[in-house]
Design a protein around this ligand. Structure first.
Ligand code: COA
Length: 162
């Protein structure tokens, strides 16, 4: 397991400025940041996995140590395959802590060679979630403060006034 490689997993439906903030800061800490989109056929998403990957590639284009990928099944199995030593997650609030605590404990039960690390989401983004941003866009609200500029038109096109 390589402690200089982290996996930042999530749904990214779509990637927000909150996610991007974590990715940028992770780039300063880890040699490689592997952003992994969860491919879960049981959950209906607004954007397909390939669309979510394409958006992440676009917003991370200037970050040379970021790799974008997708995974299905158990996160620890994916981590094992990549050789990464760290699961990175962002924490927005005390509410996130409860879920993250449970996931981290479970992942360490499933694999004793992977470590979960957490970064505090910057206060500017602590109230953002992909669903709330999609809801605002679907009612025609301005989401430019929450979504990276390079994918804003695409996100608006899919959601505007639905
Ligand atoms: N800024 C803004 N928003 C953020 C954020 C940040 N820094 N971090 C998370 N969010 C938001 C997301 O937009 C998302 O919002 P939404 O629910 O409105 O769409 C929400 O927080 C949570 O999403 P995400 O971080 O993508 O987590 P998730 O619950 O969708 O997925 C996995 C978490 C992928 C890590 C987890 O489900 C997993 O590991 N699955 C694989 C199966 C497995 O191994 N299970 C056992 C492990 S316990």
């Amino acid at each position: 397991m390589n402690q200089s490689i982290c996996v930042y997993p999530g749904s990214f439906d779509p990637v927000t400025l909150g996610h991007l903030d974590i990715i940028r800061r992770a780039c300063r800490v880890f040699q490689t940041v592997r952003v992994a989109v969860l491919d879960n056929p049981e959950k209906t998403k607004t954007f397909s996995v390939s669309e979510r990957i394409a958006m992440l590639e676009k917003v991370c284009a200037s970050l040379p140590n970021v790799q974008i990928d997708s995974f299905s099944g158990l996160l620890v199995d994916y981590i094992r395959k990549t050789g990464a030593g760290i699961i990175l997650r962002g924490l927005r609030s005390a509410g996130d802590f409860e879920t993250e605590f449970q996931m981290a404990q479970m992942n360490s039960q499933l694999s004793d060679s992977v470590e979960s690390l957490f970064m505090m989401t910057s206060p500017d983004h602590a109230y953002i979630s992909s669903s709330i941003v999609k809801q605002i866009a679907s009612f025609g609200g301005d989401i430019s403060a929450f979504i990276p500029a390079s994918i804003l038109a695409e996100v608006n096109k899919r959601l505007d006034h639905k």
